[in-house]
Each structure stands twice: as C-alpha cells, then as structure tokens.
Design a protein around this ligand. Structure first.
Ligand SMILES: Cc1cc2nc3c(=O)[nH]c(=O)nc-3n(C[C@H](O)[C@H](O)[C@H](O)COP(=O)(O)OP(=O)(O)OC[C@H]3O[C@@H](n4cnc5c(N)ncnc54)[C@H](O)[C@@H]3O)c2cc1C
Length: 555
C-alpha cells in the first residue's frame, strides 16, 4: 500500500517541532553532535529496532524461562529470540546508557528515549530505564567500592558487555503500599558490609538483569517505608544464581517482549546502596523518579507515533471517493491527537529541564520543589493521555487499526495501558502529590512557575487569559482539597488534572511565543479549548482555521 511506502525511514523528523522544543528547554541551540545523534538513532529505531520488534510480536516470540540446564542444574535463565539482540544492540549502541549526568545528558537521554518509545516497549525501554535508575542510585549514594565495581559497566554502550539493572519493590500483598514490604534483610555473618535477602518479589521486570535493586527490611527495622533498605543484588555468584529462583514469567497484556517474573530470594548476597535507613528515600528519589520521568517520555513517544501513523494513513486512505483527510471530523480528531502529543512533549521536556539543572548542580530550591511535583503529576497525566491518543489513532485507521500486522498501534495500545499502572498508579501518584503539597508547600513554587511561564506571552492574549481564568477558578477548590481530607478524597485528583492541564497549556503557549509559524499557537488553542474553556472561547469560523494550522502540512 502506498501508505507504507510513504513512511519515513527516520522517526526523528516525525516528532512535532522537536528541535525547537529541545532548544527552548535547553536554552541554547542544539549542538550539532547532539542533533546528529538523534538523526542517526531516529533512523536506527525505524530501520533496525522496529523490524526486530515486529518479528517478536508477529510470532509471539516472547522471553521464555529456562529454569534448568541440560544437567538439571538450576540456572534460572531467560531465553530471547535473536531479534531481541538486534534491538538491544541498536538501543545500547545509541550511547543512551552512557549519557553524562550533567546539563546536556538529561536532554540527550530523554530525546533518544522518546525515539525508542516509537516502537513501544519492545523489550528494551524498561531495561534501559532500570539500568539508568540504578546507575543514578549508585552514583549518588553507593560506597566507592560499589561504584568502582559497577558504574562503568552500567554505563557501557555495548549491549553484549553492559550490565543491565532491574528494580524490585512490588510484593504480592501490594505494589502501591511499599511500606507493607516483608522481604527481609540480615547482615552476612562472614562478609563485612554484605547482607542476605530472603522473600518473594511479585513483579520483577528485566528478570534477566545482571543487577537487581531490591527493597528489603532489616529484621530490627521499624514497620512502614522508614524501615526499608535499598540493596543491590548481583544475579550471579561464581557463575550460579545468587540465592534466587525465578518462579515463572508473567503473561502480560503489554510490554510482552520484556521478561517480567516472580522471584523468590533465599539468602541472596546483597550490598546496601547508601545508608540503610534512607533505603526508601533512595528508591523513590533515584529509581522511581527516573522511571516516572522516562515513563512520561515513553508515553509522549507513543502519542507522537500514534499521531504520525494516523495522520499519514489519513493522507492515503480513500472513502467515498476522497481521501479521509478531507473529512472535517477526521481532521478534528487528528488535530486533537496532535495537540495532546505536543502538550505532553512540552510538559515532559520542561520536566527534563529541571532534571538537567538538578544533575548539573544548579537547581534552586524552587526548581527542586517543582521537579518533585512534576515528576509525579506529569507521569499521571501523560500516561492517561497516551492510552486515549492511541485509541483515537486506532479509530482513524478503522478496522485496520485493530489488526496486529497492519500497524504498530495495537502494540502501542497494550503498552500504554501498562504504562498507566507501573511506576505508580494514578491514585497513588495523586496522593503522593497531595502529601507533598501539604507537607512541603509545593503549590506555591508551582504557581509562581506557571505565572513565569505566562508572563512573556503576548502573541495570543485571549488564550493566555483563558489559562489565567482557569487557574483563578481552580484555586479555591484546590486549596480546600489540601486541608479537607474528605473533600480531597473525591476532588483532589480532578483538581490536579486541571492544574496539570493549566501547566501543559502554559508550556505550550510559551513555546508558541517563540515559534515563527502559527502551528504551535493553534495547537495550544485546541488544547485549551478541549480542557479549560466552557463555553468555547474561540469563534466558530476560527475553529477550522485552528485545525488547519494545527495540522500544518501533516495531512
Ligand atoms: C507489566 C508490569 C511490570 C511491572 N514490573 C515491576 C518491576 O519490575 N518492579 C516493581 O517493583 N514493580 C513492577 N510492577 C508493579 C507495579 O509497579 C504495580 O503494579 C503498581 O505499583 C501497582 O501496585 P499493585 O499492582 O499491587 O496495585 P495495588 O497497589 O493493589 O492497587 C490496586 C488499585 O488500588 C488503588 N489504590 C491503592 N492504594 C490506594 C490509595 N491509598 N488510595 C486510592 N487508591 C489506591 C490503585 O490506584 C489501584 O487502582 C509491574 C507491573 C506491571 C503491570
């Protein structure tokens, strides 16, 4: 079909306004080497990783557990189809794992990860996220000995030599309630500084990893999250499994090329990452915050890919003697999808700017507070939006949208649902944000930031006005939901969703201010109209023009 023939061999160019967004958030021109890296990886994702992932999905070539070797020895290994190695070589070879923890590194990582997410999970994204999270935890908290032992190998960009990380917090009695963890840790009686871990972890993705980051409770520790240590557990000791059994691999809705298992630990040798009493803090600030940030990048990638598939399909598909991109209803649907994708791109790269400043060591107190708010709230809203956008893309493709070998959309749809639950469910993230707002007063710096975002905007004063009014209208309810527990139960999540919409709209409109085309303004208007304005704030004749400007030459 001409549609497939017309598809690009490089995904980089299909991310709407990507270079401009990166430059604005980085505050400088995109360095040529950075740009070349994205161009090169965008091509590898389209031409190497995508076909490899298609092979895995088409024939259901998912990871298999091999508990025993040919002699009946327990090995607890996982076998992958060779196509997985092709995808891994390209993903690791991109240098993503080796990016520096500095101002530019955060942007490089996020930009490349977004391109990787175009193919869905594909078995590579989760290991990359977990490896980076573990590397950050070790870099910031581990003893020199552990750093020397593992850091360089975790940052190696050769997929065959590199160590992969995993992070196991969830236990069968509950994932959200990490404080209920019962996996136990006790000091090793013979090896100074070493510990032994015993118990069951219920959701263990990257079950093939070389190093597991595991939360466990020292026997004398208090209950709840305060009593959790964070440990690194090497997979092998002298070539044999280090005190663990892989009970089974999970048969999942999405992210199926990724090995997720249930693991029983029995006296596994472990090393604490940082102070034991800071274990939960380290797990959240390094592991989960990395995953939540990159989960949002992944959700954004899913949205950009979905929009690309739907818009390019609409240019080719004929119905009633015309291409479907001429139907106003299809165009409106596409414009809505694009506005959601660019809103996610905008808030997620605004978040990346905070990560970058924290990594660089130049973050102010306000930056740290806004990061803390955004990393949770943005994960929540972008993952919800991703499922919605893929769903809409499937609708644009009609029946073909549901067919596995017709496009990537069914795979992306399954993955998007998983993205919604892992690294924190919606309710749990909202509850976390509320606690932080109450305890740490995060709302104030966030509001100041929103006003800073809006202050320079004069290109679309009516749109800016709608945002300001929405913020004013939201304030009483939002403030009440911080002091009134009963009211918060039914309202805080809605209020947080509205606040995030305001933030995304402000980020988008801010980008539009510095854009030479009217496309970003039109996308911002559509986003604002959908979420913030009742009744419709923009005049009817203008509506079609906004849709046309928003779509640009995509359809
Ligand atoms: C494919 C996949 C891979 C995974 N891989 C890993 C992994 O590698 N490592 C790991 O540690 N975990 C992993 N997880 C687990 C994931 O992090 C958990 O599923 C998630 O944290 C939710 O925990 P739960 O499933 O136990 O749900 P529960 O905690 O039982 O929650 C069930 C429901 O109750 C709601 N709820 C819970 N508490 C509250 C509350 N206080 N207020 C309001 N509502 C609440 C939740 O929002 C949710 O809707 C994975 C999950 C999936 C699906």
């Amino acid at each position: 079909m001409t549609w497939n023939a017309a598809k690009p061999i490089n995904f980089f160019a299909t991310v709407p306004d990507f270079e401009h967004v990166l430059e604005l958030r980085m505050g400088r021109a995109l360095p040529e080497a950075f740009r070349e890296r994205l161009v090169s990886f965008g091509e590898r994702v389209a031409t190497e990783i995508e076909p490899a992932v298609v092979v895995l999905e088409r024939h259901r070539e998912f990871p298999q557990l091999r508990p025993y070797d040919e002699f009946g020895q327990r090995i607890d290994e996982i076998e992958f189809h060779p196509a997985n190695d092709i995808a891994a070589a390209a993903a690791w070879g991109s240098g993503m794992l080796a990016t520096a923890l500095d101002a530019e590194g955060a942007f490089q990582l996020a930009a490349q990860f977004l391109l990787l997410s175009y193919v869905g999970e594909g078995g590579q994204a989760c290991p990359i996220v977990c490896t980076i999270g573990l590397r950050r935890a070790l870099e910031h908290h581990a003893s020199e000995e552990l750093k020397n032992r593992y850091l360089a190998l975790l940052a190696n960009d050769d997929a065959d030599e590199a160590l992969r990380g995993a992070q196991f917090l969830t236990e069968v009695q509950g994932g959200s309630d990490v404080g209920a963890n019962v996996v136990a840790a006790s000091p090793d009686p013979t090896i100074l500084g070493a510990w032994r871990i015993s118990g069951e972890k219920w959701f263990c993705s990257v079950a093939d990893a070389d190093l597991f980051a595991v939360t466990a409770r020292p026997l004398t520790s208090p209950p709840g999250t305060r009593g959790l240590g964070c440990f690194v557990v090497p997979r092998l000791l002298d070539g044999a499994p280090n005190g663990f059994r892989l009970r089974r691999l999970k048969d999942k809705l999405g992210t199926r090329a990724l090995a997720s298992g249930e693991i029983d630990f029995d006296n596994a040798l472990a090393w604490p990452i940082g102070e034991l009493e800071n274990g939960f803090k380290i797990a959240v600030s390094e592991l989960l915050n990395t995953s939540r940030w990159l989960n949002a990048v992944g959700s954004t990638g899913i949205m950009c890919r979905s929009y690309f598939e739907a818009s390019s399909f609409a240019r080719h598909r004929q119905a009633f003697g015309v291409t479907i991109n001429t139907f106003a209803a299809v165009r409106a649907q596409l414009a809505l999808m694009k506005s959601e994708a660019v809103a996610a791109l905008s808030s997620t790269f605004a978040l990346t700017a905070f990560v970058s400043r924290i990594d660089e060591g130049t973050a102010s107190e306000a930056d740290v507070a806004i990061h803390r708010f955004l990393v949770n709230a943005n994960k929540y809203v972008t993952s919800v939006a991703a499922s919605d956008v893929v769903h809409r893309a499937i609708e644009v493709l009609g029946g073909n949208g549901t067919i596995e070998d017709f496009s990537a959309l069914p795979r992306l749809y399954r993955d998007a649902v998983v993205f919604e639950s892992w690294e924190g469910t919606h309710n749990v993230l909202c509850a976390q944000v509320r606690r932080d707002c109450v305890r740490l007063g995060l709302l104030e710096p966030v509001e100041v930031w929103v006003h800073e975002l809006l202050a320079p905007i004069n290109a679309a004063p009516d749109a800016r006005h709608v945002i300001e009014e929405a913020l004013e209208a939201l304030r009483p309810g939002l403030e009440r939901s911080l002091t009134d527990d009963a009211y918060a139960e039914t309202s805080f999540r809605d209020h947080l969703t509205s606040l995030m919409t305001i933030i995304q709209a402000s980020c988008l409109l801010g980008e539009a201010q510095y854009s030479s085309s009217g496309e970003k303004t039109a996308l911002a208007r559509l986003f604002i109209e959908r979420h913030l304005a009742t009744p419709r704030p923009f005049e009817e004749p203008g509506w079609h023009a906004y849709v046309g400007d928003a779509l640009g030459c995509d359809v």
